[in-house]
Design a binder for this molecule. Structure first.
Ligand SMILES: *Cc1c(COP(=O)(O)O)cnc(C)c1O
Length: 398
Protein backbone atom coordinates (compact mmCIF):
# COMPACT_ATOMS: atom_id res chain seq x y z
CA UNK A 1 0.00 0.00 0.00
CA UNK A 2 1.11 3.54 -0.73
CA UNK A 3 0.08 6.98 0.45
CA UNK A 4 -2.05 7.34 -2.67
CA UNK A 5 -3.89 4.04 -2.02
CA UNK A 6 -4.55 4.89 1.62
CA UNK A 7 -5.66 8.41 0.70
CA UNK A 8 -8.12 7.02 -1.87
CA UNK A 9 -9.49 4.44 0.58
CA UNK A 10 -9.86 7.02 3.34
CA UNK A 11 -11.76 9.31 1.03
CA UNK A 12 -14.28 6.52 0.43
CA UNK A 13 -15.19 6.00 4.06
CA UNK A 14 -14.72 9.12 6.13
CA UNK A 15 -17.13 11.94 6.71
CA UNK A 16 -15.28 14.85 5.21
CA UNK A 17 -14.52 16.88 8.33
CA UNK A 18 -10.77 16.98 7.79
CA UNK A 19 -8.51 18.31 5.11
CA UNK A 20 -5.65 15.84 5.43
CA UNK A 21 -2.17 15.82 3.99
CA UNK A 22 -1.97 13.02 1.40
CA UNK A 23 0.22 10.84 3.59
CA UNK A 24 -0.46 7.75 5.70
CA UNK A 25 1.88 7.88 8.66
CA UNK A 26 3.07 4.52 9.85
CA UNK A 27 5.89 5.10 12.32
CA UNK A 28 7.37 7.76 14.53
CA UNK A 29 10.44 8.25 16.67
CA UNK A 30 11.43 11.45 18.43
CA UNK A 31 10.78 14.32 15.99
CA UNK A 32 10.68 12.06 12.92
CA UNK A 33 7.68 10.46 11.20
CA UNK A 34 7.64 7.99 8.31
CA UNK A 35 4.83 7.52 5.79
CA UNK A 36 3.88 4.42 3.83
CA UNK A 37 5.91 5.53 0.81
CA UNK A 38 8.98 5.44 3.03
CA UNK A 39 9.28 9.24 3.13
CA UNK A 40 10.62 10.83 6.27
CA UNK A 41 9.27 13.99 7.91
CA UNK A 42 10.64 16.39 10.47
CA UNK A 43 7.64 16.90 12.74
CA UNK A 44 7.14 20.45 14.03
CA UNK A 45 3.45 19.77 14.65
CA UNK A 46 3.77 16.91 17.15
CA UNK A 47 0.21 15.74 16.61
CA UNK A 48 -0.98 19.31 17.30
CA UNK A 49 1.06 19.93 20.46
CA UNK A 50 0.37 16.42 21.75
CA UNK A 51 3.53 14.32 21.35
CA UNK A 52 5.61 16.65 23.49
CA UNK A 53 8.16 14.01 24.47
CA UNK A 54 8.47 12.99 20.83
CA UNK A 55 6.93 10.01 19.08
CA UNK A 56 7.06 6.71 20.94
CA UNK A 57 9.07 8.02 23.88
CA UNK A 58 10.48 4.86 25.52
CA UNK A 59 9.24 5.68 29.05
CA UNK A 60 5.70 6.26 27.76
CA UNK A 61 5.68 3.21 25.51
CA UNK A 62 6.94 1.08 28.37
CA UNK A 63 4.25 2.40 30.74
CA UNK A 64 1.51 1.83 28.15
CA UNK A 65 2.62 -1.72 27.34
CA UNK A 66 2.95 -2.64 31.00
CA UNK A 67 -0.45 -1.22 31.92
CA UNK A 68 -2.14 -2.74 28.84
CA UNK A 69 -0.95 -6.15 30.02
CA UNK A 70 -2.27 -5.58 33.55
CA UNK A 71 -5.57 -3.74 33.34
CA UNK A 72 -7.12 -1.66 30.57
CA UNK A 73 -10.46 -0.52 31.90
CA UNK A 74 -12.76 -0.88 34.88
CA UNK A 75 -14.77 2.40 34.76
CA UNK A 76 -14.82 5.00 37.48
CA UNK A 77 -16.82 2.74 39.79
CA UNK A 78 -13.40 1.63 41.05
CA UNK A 79 -10.07 3.18 41.93
CA UNK A 80 -7.09 2.39 39.74
CA UNK A 81 -3.44 2.91 40.61
CA UNK A 82 -2.38 4.94 37.54
CA UNK A 83 -5.30 7.35 37.86
CA UNK A 84 -4.54 8.03 41.53
CA UNK A 85 -0.82 8.49 40.81
CA UNK A 86 -1.64 10.89 38.01
CA UNK A 87 -4.03 12.96 40.10
CA UNK A 88 -1.48 13.10 42.92
CA UNK A 89 1.22 14.31 40.55
CA UNK A 90 -1.07 16.98 39.07
CA UNK A 91 -2.08 18.24 42.52
CA UNK A 92 1.48 18.18 43.87
CA UNK A 93 2.74 20.25 40.95
CA UNK A 94 -0.03 22.84 40.47
CA UNK A 95 -2.29 25.11 42.53
CA UNK A 96 -4.96 22.41 42.47
CA UNK A 97 -6.15 20.09 45.24
CA UNK A 98 -8.67 18.10 43.20
CA UNK A 99 -8.88 16.61 39.72
CA UNK A 100 -11.64 15.31 37.44
CA UNK A 101 -10.45 13.04 34.62
CA UNK A 102 -11.88 13.28 31.11
CA UNK A 103 -10.77 12.07 27.66
CA UNK A 104 -10.05 15.25 25.73
CA UNK A 105 -9.64 18.98 25.91
CA UNK A 106 -13.24 19.70 25.03
CA UNK A 107 -14.44 17.32 27.73
CA UNK A 108 -12.14 18.87 30.31
CA UNK A 109 -13.57 22.28 29.37
CA UNK A 110 -17.13 20.93 29.56
CA UNK A 111 -16.34 19.79 33.08
CA UNK A 112 -14.96 23.25 33.90
CA UNK A 113 -18.08 24.94 32.51
CA UNK A 114 -20.36 22.62 34.49
CA UNK A 115 -18.33 23.19 37.66
CA UNK A 116 -18.39 26.97 37.23
CA UNK A 117 -22.17 26.88 36.81
CA UNK A 118 -23.02 24.51 39.64
CA UNK A 119 -20.63 26.29 42.01
CA UNK A 120 -22.15 29.68 41.24
CA UNK A 121 -25.83 28.78 41.64
CA UNK A 122 -28.79 28.76 39.24
CA UNK A 123 -28.84 32.54 38.65
CA UNK A 124 -25.19 32.82 37.67
CA UNK A 125 -24.39 30.85 34.56
CA UNK A 126 -22.82 33.22 32.05
CA UNK A 127 -19.19 32.76 31.05
CA UNK A 128 -17.09 35.43 29.40
CA UNK A 129 -14.49 34.11 26.99
CA UNK A 130 -12.34 35.94 24.45
CA UNK A 131 -12.47 36.57 20.73
CA UNK A 132 -10.06 34.31 18.85
CA UNK A 133 -10.25 31.66 21.56
CA UNK A 134 -10.55 27.95 20.95
CA UNK A 135 -12.07 25.70 23.58
CA UNK A 136 -13.25 22.61 21.67
CA UNK A 137 -15.92 21.24 19.34
CA UNK A 138 -18.73 20.06 21.63
CA UNK A 139 -21.72 22.39 21.58
CA UNK A 140 -20.90 24.14 24.85
CA UNK A 141 -17.20 24.49 24.09
CA UNK A 142 -18.00 25.69 20.56
CA UNK A 143 -20.27 28.31 22.15
CA UNK A 144 -17.39 29.30 24.44
CA UNK A 145 -15.03 29.48 21.44
CA UNK A 146 -14.79 33.09 20.29
CA UNK A 147 -14.59 32.45 16.54
CA UNK A 148 -17.82 32.70 14.52
CA UNK A 149 -16.56 30.25 11.88
CA UNK A 150 -16.93 27.44 14.42
CA UNK A 151 -20.53 28.43 15.22
CA UNK A 152 -21.94 28.63 11.72
CA UNK A 153 -24.63 26.08 10.98
CA UNK A 154 -24.79 24.78 14.53
CA UNK A 155 -27.11 27.38 16.02
CA UNK A 156 -28.91 27.59 18.35
CA UNK A 157 -25.86 27.21 20.58
CA UNK A 158 -26.18 26.68 24.34
CA UNK A 159 -26.91 29.97 26.09
CA UNK A 160 -24.68 31.75 28.52
CA UNK A 161 -21.51 32.50 26.57
CA UNK A 162 -20.37 36.00 25.71
CA UNK A 163 -17.11 37.09 24.12
CA UNK A 164 -14.90 40.00 25.03
CA UNK A 165 -12.35 41.40 22.61
CA UNK A 166 -8.95 39.73 23.08
CA UNK A 167 -6.81 41.67 25.55
CA UNK A 168 -9.48 44.29 26.39
CA UNK A 169 -10.12 44.13 30.14
CA UNK A 170 -12.49 47.11 30.04
CA UNK A 171 -14.78 45.13 27.76
CA UNK A 172 -14.69 42.20 30.19
CA UNK A 173 -15.87 44.60 32.90
CA UNK A 174 -18.64 45.94 30.67
CA UNK A 175 -19.88 42.43 29.92
CA UNK A 176 -20.16 41.37 33.56
CA UNK A 177 -23.79 41.11 34.73
CA UNK A 178 -25.58 39.54 37.70
CA UNK A 179 -25.57 36.35 35.68
CA UNK A 180 -21.80 36.12 35.11
CA UNK A 181 -20.08 33.21 36.86
CA UNK A 182 -16.64 32.96 35.24
CA UNK A 183 -14.03 34.29 32.86
CA UNK A 184 -12.48 31.65 30.63
CA UNK A 185 -9.29 32.14 28.64
CA UNK A 186 -6.13 30.55 27.30
CA UNK A 187 -3.09 32.36 28.76
CA UNK A 188 -1.68 32.20 25.24
CA UNK A 189 -4.03 31.52 22.33
CA UNK A 190 -2.70 28.77 20.09
CA UNK A 191 -5.26 28.23 17.34
CA UNK A 192 -5.86 31.91 16.63
CA UNK A 193 -2.19 32.46 15.80
CA UNK A 194 0.03 32.09 18.89
CA UNK A 195 -1.24 35.20 20.68
CA UNK A 196 -0.08 35.67 24.28
CA UNK A 197 -2.26 37.69 26.63
CA UNK A 198 -0.24 40.36 28.40
CA UNK A 199 0.71 39.78 32.00
CA UNK A 200 -1.03 43.01 33.00
CA UNK A 201 -4.23 41.87 31.34
CA UNK A 202 -4.17 38.53 33.15
CA UNK A 203 -3.44 40.24 36.48
CA UNK A 204 -6.31 42.62 35.80
CA UNK A 205 -8.84 39.88 35.11
CA UNK A 206 -7.64 38.02 38.20
CA UNK A 207 -8.42 41.16 40.23
CA UNK A 208 -11.78 41.54 38.48
CA UNK A 209 -12.65 37.93 39.36
CA UNK A 210 -11.70 38.53 43.00
CA UNK A 211 -13.65 41.79 43.23
CA UNK A 212 -16.77 40.54 41.46
CA UNK A 213 -16.77 37.03 42.90
CA UNK A 214 -16.19 35.28 39.58
CA UNK A 215 -14.17 32.18 38.80
CA UNK A 216 -11.09 32.45 36.62
CA UNK A 217 -10.75 29.44 34.32
CA UNK A 218 -7.54 28.87 32.38
CA UNK A 219 -7.78 26.57 29.38
CA UNK A 220 -4.24 25.14 29.37
CA UNK A 221 -5.11 22.33 26.99
CA UNK A 222 -2.47 23.59 24.55
CA UNK A 223 -0.21 25.71 26.77
CA UNK A 224 0.02 23.11 29.53
CA UNK A 225 2.27 20.08 29.96
CA UNK A 226 5.48 21.96 29.32
CA UNK A 227 4.53 23.54 26.01
CA UNK A 228 5.41 27.08 27.07
CA UNK A 229 8.52 26.11 29.03
CA UNK A 230 7.04 25.38 32.48
CA UNK A 231 4.67 22.58 33.44
CA UNK A 232 1.74 25.01 33.05
CA UNK A 233 1.86 28.49 31.53
CA UNK A 234 0.25 30.14 34.59
CA UNK A 235 3.32 29.17 36.62
CA UNK A 236 5.39 31.75 34.72
CA UNK A 237 2.72 34.41 35.10
CA UNK A 238 2.13 34.68 38.81
CA UNK A 239 -1.62 34.61 38.09
CA UNK A 240 -3.37 31.61 39.60
CA UNK A 241 -6.67 30.42 38.16
CA UNK A 242 -9.51 28.84 40.14
CA UNK A 243 -10.07 26.12 37.58
CA UNK A 244 -7.67 24.85 34.92
CA UNK A 245 -7.97 22.31 32.14
CA UNK A 246 -5.31 20.12 30.55
CA UNK A 247 -5.33 17.53 27.78
CA UNK A 248 -3.31 17.39 24.52
CA UNK A 249 0.22 16.48 25.70
CA UNK A 250 -0.92 15.04 29.03
CA UNK A 251 -0.40 11.43 27.89
CA UNK A 252 1.88 12.18 24.88
CA UNK A 253 -0.70 10.83 22.40
CA UNK A 254 -3.23 8.75 24.30
CA UNK A 255 -6.59 10.42 24.82
CA UNK A 256 -6.97 12.01 28.24
CA UNK A 257 -8.07 15.31 29.74
CA UNK A 258 -8.13 16.73 33.24
CA UNK A 259 -10.00 19.51 35.02
CA UNK A 260 -8.21 20.82 38.09
CA UNK A 261 -9.45 23.03 40.88
CA UNK A 262 -9.24 23.85 44.57
CA UNK A 263 -10.72 21.85 47.42
CA UNK A 264 -13.36 24.49 48.09
CA UNK A 265 -14.65 24.82 44.53
CA UNK A 266 -14.46 21.08 43.89
CA UNK A 267 -16.91 20.51 46.74
CA UNK A 268 -19.70 21.77 44.48
CA UNK A 269 -19.51 18.67 42.26
CA UNK A 270 -21.12 15.94 44.32
CA UNK A 271 -21.71 12.26 43.62
CA UNK A 272 -23.63 11.81 40.37
CA UNK A 273 -23.26 15.40 39.11
CA UNK A 274 -20.65 14.57 36.47
CA UNK A 275 -19.00 11.44 35.10
CA UNK A 276 -17.16 9.84 32.20
CA UNK A 277 -17.00 6.13 31.35
CA UNK A 278 -13.45 6.27 30.00
CA UNK A 279 -12.18 9.34 31.87
CA UNK A 280 -8.77 8.69 33.41
CA UNK A 281 -8.56 5.27 31.77
CA UNK A 282 -5.70 3.26 33.34
CA UNK A 283 -3.63 2.97 30.15
CA UNK A 284 -3.90 6.68 29.31
CA UNK A 285 -3.28 7.56 32.96
CA UNK A 286 -0.19 5.33 33.10
CA UNK A 287 1.13 7.13 30.01
CA UNK A 288 0.42 10.50 31.66
CA UNK A 289 2.30 9.46 34.82
CA UNK A 290 5.31 8.58 32.66
CA UNK A 291 5.03 11.95 30.89
CA UNK A 292 4.90 13.89 34.15
CA UNK A 293 7.77 11.95 35.69
CA UNK A 294 9.89 12.65 32.61
CA UNK A 295 9.04 16.36 32.49
CA UNK A 296 9.51 16.85 36.23
CA UNK A 297 13.02 15.39 36.18
CA UNK A 298 15.60 18.02 37.19
CA UNK A 299 16.79 20.21 34.32
CA UNK A 300 14.05 19.25 31.83
CA UNK A 301 12.45 22.68 31.50
CA UNK A 302 15.77 24.51 31.77
CA UNK A 303 16.89 22.58 28.74
CA UNK A 304 13.64 23.28 26.86
CA UNK A 305 14.19 26.97 27.64
CA UNK A 306 17.67 26.98 26.13
CA UNK A 307 16.51 25.37 22.91
CA UNK A 308 13.50 27.68 22.81
CA UNK A 309 15.81 30.71 23.02
CA UNK A 310 17.85 29.27 20.18
CA UNK A 311 14.72 28.58 18.09
CA UNK A 312 13.43 32.13 18.67
CA UNK A 313 16.80 33.55 17.62
CA UNK A 314 16.76 31.51 14.41
CA UNK A 315 13.17 32.56 13.63
CA UNK A 316 14.15 36.19 14.17
CA UNK A 317 16.78 35.70 11.48
CA UNK A 318 13.91 34.75 9.13
CA UNK A 319 12.22 38.07 9.93
CA UNK A 320 15.45 39.90 9.10
CA UNK A 321 16.04 37.93 5.91
CA UNK A 322 12.46 38.03 4.63
CA UNK A 323 10.94 41.34 5.76
CA UNK A 324 8.48 41.23 2.86
CA UNK A 325 7.00 38.00 4.23
CA UNK A 326 7.54 37.93 8.00
CA UNK A 327 7.11 40.68 10.59
CA UNK A 328 7.88 39.07 13.91
CA UNK A 329 8.17 36.10 16.22
CA UNK A 330 5.91 35.44 19.17
CA UNK A 331 5.04 32.78 21.68
CA UNK A 332 6.84 31.01 24.47
CA UNK A 333 8.74 27.81 25.02
CA UNK A 334 7.98 25.50 22.11
CA UNK A 335 4.75 27.24 21.10
CA UNK A 336 6.15 29.70 18.61
CA UNK A 337 4.77 31.63 15.69
CA UNK A 338 6.31 33.46 12.78
CA UNK A 339 3.92 36.32 12.10
CA UNK A 340 3.48 36.91 8.39
CA UNK A 341 3.01 40.19 6.57
CA UNK A 342 -0.04 40.88 4.42
CA UNK A 343 1.87 39.42 1.46
CA UNK A 344 3.14 36.47 3.49
CA UNK A 345 -0.38 35.58 4.65
CA UNK A 346 -1.55 35.16 1.09
CA UNK A 347 1.03 32.40 0.75
CA UNK A 348 0.60 30.86 4.22
CA UNK A 349 -1.17 27.72 3.03
CA UNK A 350 1.30 27.27 0.15
CA UNK A 351 4.27 27.68 2.49
CA UNK A 352 2.94 24.87 4.68
CA UNK A 353 2.30 22.76 1.57
CA UNK A 354 5.81 23.34 0.18
CA UNK A 355 7.35 22.45 3.52
CA UNK A 356 5.31 19.24 3.56
CA UNK A 357 6.68 18.40 0.11
CA UNK A 358 10.18 18.93 1.52
CA UNK A 359 9.40 16.64 4.45
CA UNK A 360 8.77 19.25 7.14
CA UNK A 361 5.50 19.48 9.07
CA UNK A 362 4.19 22.77 10.46
CA UNK A 363 0.83 24.54 10.26
CA UNK A 364 -0.74 27.90 9.52
CA UNK A 365 -2.70 29.27 12.48
CA UNK A 366 -5.26 32.04 12.51
CA UNK A 367 -4.61 32.77 8.81
CA UNK A 368 -1.61 34.89 9.78
CA UNK A 369 1.03 32.88 11.60
CA UNK A 370 3.26 29.91 10.81
CA UNK A 371 2.98 27.88 13.99
CA UNK A 372 5.81 25.70 15.31
CA UNK A 373 4.91 23.20 18.01
CA UNK A 374 7.63 20.55 17.84
CA UNK A 375 8.21 17.91 20.49
CA UNK A 376 9.79 19.66 23.50
CA UNK A 377 12.79 17.38 23.05
CA UNK A 378 13.56 18.78 19.57
CA UNK A 379 17.30 19.01 18.99
CA UNK A 380 19.23 22.09 17.90
CA UNK A 381 20.19 20.35 14.66
CA UNK A 382 16.53 19.66 13.95
CA UNK A 383 15.75 23.35 14.52
CA UNK A 384 18.55 24.13 12.05
CA UNK A 385 17.07 21.70 9.52
CA UNK A 386 13.66 23.33 9.84
CA UNK A 387 15.18 26.80 9.40
CA UNK A 388 17.10 25.69 6.29
CA UNK A 389 13.94 24.33 4.67
CA UNK A 390 11.83 27.29 5.78
CA UNK A 391 14.39 29.69 4.40
CA UNK A 392 14.42 27.84 1.05
CA UNK A 393 10.61 27.97 0.84
CA UNK A 394 10.41 31.63 1.87
CA UNK A 395 12.96 32.43 -0.84
CA UNK A 396 10.50 31.07 -3.42
CA UNK A 397 7.82 33.53 -2.30
CA UNK A 398 10.04 36.51 -1.54
C1 LIG B 1 -7.05 21.50 21.23
C2 LIG B 1 -7.68 22.44 22.20
C3 LIG B 1 -8.93 22.15 22.80
C4 LIG B 1 -9.76 20.96 22.41
O1 LIG B 1 -9.17 19.76 22.74
P1 LIG B 1 -9.73 18.39 22.10
O2 LIG B 1 -8.90 17.35 22.76
O3 LIG B 1 -9.54 18.48 20.63
O4 LIG B 1 -11.17 18.31 22.48
C5 LIG B 1 -9.40 23.03 23.73
N1 LIG B 1 -8.71 24.13 24.07
C6 LIG B 1 -7.53 24.44 23.53
C7 LIG B 1 -6.81 25.66 23.97
C8 LIG B 1 -6.97 23.60 22.56
O5 LIG B 1 -5.80 23.92 21.99
Amino acid sequence: MSNADWTARGEQVFIGTYSRFPAAMIRGEGCILWDDDGRQYLDFLAGIAVCSLGHCHPAVTEAVCRQAGELMHVSNLFHTKPQIRLAELLCANTFADRVFMANSGAEANEAAIKLARIHSGAEKYEIISLTGSFHGRTLATVAATGQPKFHQGFEPLPEGFVHAEFGDSAEVERLITDKTCAILCEPLQGESGVRPLELEYLQKIRRICNDRNLLLIFDEVQTGMGRTGSLFAYQQLDVIPDIMTAAKALANGLPIGAMLTTEKIAASLKVGTHASTFGGNPVAAAAAVAVLETMLAPGFFEDVGKRSDYFIKRLQEMVEQFPALATGVRGRGMLLGLVLTEKGRKHGIEIVQKLFERGVLINFAGMRVLRFIPPLIVKKVEIDQLIDQLSAVLTEFN
